[in-house]
Design a protein around this ligand. Structure first.
Ligand SMILES: Cc1cc2nc3c(=O)[nH]c(=O)nc-3n(C[C@H](O)[C@H](O)[C@H](O)COP(=O)(O)OP(=O)(O)OC[C@H]3O[C@@H](n4cnc5c(N)ncnc54)[C@H](O)[C@@H]3O)c2cc1C
Length: 381
């Protein structure tokens, strides 16, 4: 279906990213996957390309763009090639909105210029051993020093994207004991410099997919964090964590539908090579059904991108789109892999990689079950 959401400027940006991905990412991507992370130089290169400037205000070296559409173009192009830029999705789509919304003027001056150039790599640490979807259960704790100059941080985090390489990690922790009457109170975000004494990176987790994106265990033992590194207000983090969920889920939906679209393209390429005289009716029908599902997902994403421009995309809308697009992607990629036969089962085949990569989209950024709980609440049950 003809798309109407993007302008010529968006399309020029798309061309620039597409060429970069084809020339500088696809050829070396297997090396990044084997290493389990991307080279630090990638972030510098993304800085040169203007990938990190989009939403950062002009006074800190950015472009001051409030629309999500450039970000959507970026996510589509990465997904289209079936690659990742490592942990950049966390850096730009999760960490950046927190810094922009809750960072003090001094913190923005300190961090954003290096964010824009790609000199600063960031991560966000919420999940702990034993605490996933229910963030109110976070146990990592920080107490203010007697002289009020710093917090002393203790605890452990797990499944932290970009945790191995990050220079700055936004750590969600308890700065007040848990109140059983209001478990969401008392959470704060401390920005931890990873050169701090007492900070350690544990295992780099071996994942089923997204193998060029490092995922780490982290520990904090009496880490001194200056009060100047508290993001926003002490005790207010739970509300901050819900602030950007609509765009986080929209971003997951964009990546998922674009991955599904890529799966169809990869399958068409493979089938044309294997069956130059034409494919059987089953393959035609499977691909026709997949293409129909992807078109529906794309149309919904496009509508959501327009609604998001005016802040009219609700939390329930975003939950529905995330649920729909990630489930479509799971189904479509699985069916496309089947059409490849044995070659699709190879980890280094484009479809095999997509199959492994896409599975997590139904778990993180709010699992499918959590999306259903939000949707059910929105319809009054
Ligand atoms: C590759 C990867 C990268 C990640 N990166 C990060 C990161 O950078 N930073 C970070 O902080 N975390 C990260 N995570 C963690 C991620 O946010 C959690 O996996 C997610 O919050 C879900 O938590 P959980 O896996 O502990 O599942 P749980 O919350 O333990 O849930 C287990 C199962 O129960 C279901 N469930 C949970 N609650 C409900 C409910 N209310 N109703 C019905 N069913 C429910 C879930 O849907 C799931 O099926 C990452 C995870 C992965 C796999």
């Amino acid at each position: 279906m003809r798309r109407t959401v993007f302008t010529d400027d968006h399309e020029s940006f798309r061309t620039k990213i597409r060429e970069f991905v084809e020339r500088e990412v696809v050829p070396v991507y297997p090396e990044w996957e084997r290493a389990g992370l991307v080279p630090r130089a990638l972030y510098r290169r993304l800085g040169e390309l203007g990938v990190f400037v989009i939403e950062v205000p002009e006074q800190f070296g950015g472009a001051g763009e409030s629309s999500y559409k450039y970000q959507a173009v970026l996510r589509e192009e990465i997904a289209r090639a079936g690659v990742s830029f490592g942990a950049d999705v966390v850096h730009t789509c999760l960490v950046q909105p927190y810094l922009l919304e809750y960072g003090s003027a001094e913190q923005k001056r300190r961090w954003l210029p290096k964010f824009v150039t790609g000199e600063l790599m960031t991560a966000i640490a919420m999940t702990e051993p034993g605490t996933g979807s229910d963030l109110a259960g976070i146990k990592t704790s920080a107490r203010l020093s007697a002289d009020g100059t710093h917090y002393v941080l203790n605890g452990a985090k797990t499944f932290i994207t970009g945790g191995v390489q990050a220079d700055l990690i936004l750590v969600v922790c308890r700065t007040a004991p848990i109140d059983p009457a209001n478990r969401r109170a008392g959470l704060s975000i401390l920005c931890v410099d990873t050169t701090s004494e007492g900070f350690a990176v544990g295992r780099k987790l071996e994942k089923l997919g997204l193998r060029a994106q490092d995922t780490a265990e982290l520990s904090f033992t009496d880490v001194k964090v200056p009060v100047a590194n508290l993001l926003g207000q002490d005790g207010a983090a739970f509300s901050y964590l819900t602030h950007n969920l609509v765009r986080e889920r929209l971003g997951a939906a964009v990546g998922a539908y674009a991955n599904a679209s890529a799966a169809i393209e990869f399958t068409l390429d493979t089938l044309r090579q294997h069956y130059p005289d034409g494919v059987d009716q089953n393959a035609k029908f499977v691909l026709a059904e997949c293409d129909t599902e992807v078109a529906a997902a794309q149309a919904w994403v496009d509508r959501a991108l327009d609604l998001d421009e005016t802040g009219a995309l609700s939390a329930a809308d975003a939950a529905k789109i995330k649920l729909f697009c990630t489930e479509v992607a799971g189904r479509v990629i699985d069916r496309c892999l089947q059409l490849h036969g044995e070659s699709g089962y190879l980890l280094d085949s484009p479809i095999g990689r997509l199959y492994a990569d896409i599975r997590v989209n139904r778990i993180y950024a709010g699992s499918s079950e959590v999306m259903k709980a939000i949707i059910a609440k929105s319809i009054g049950i």
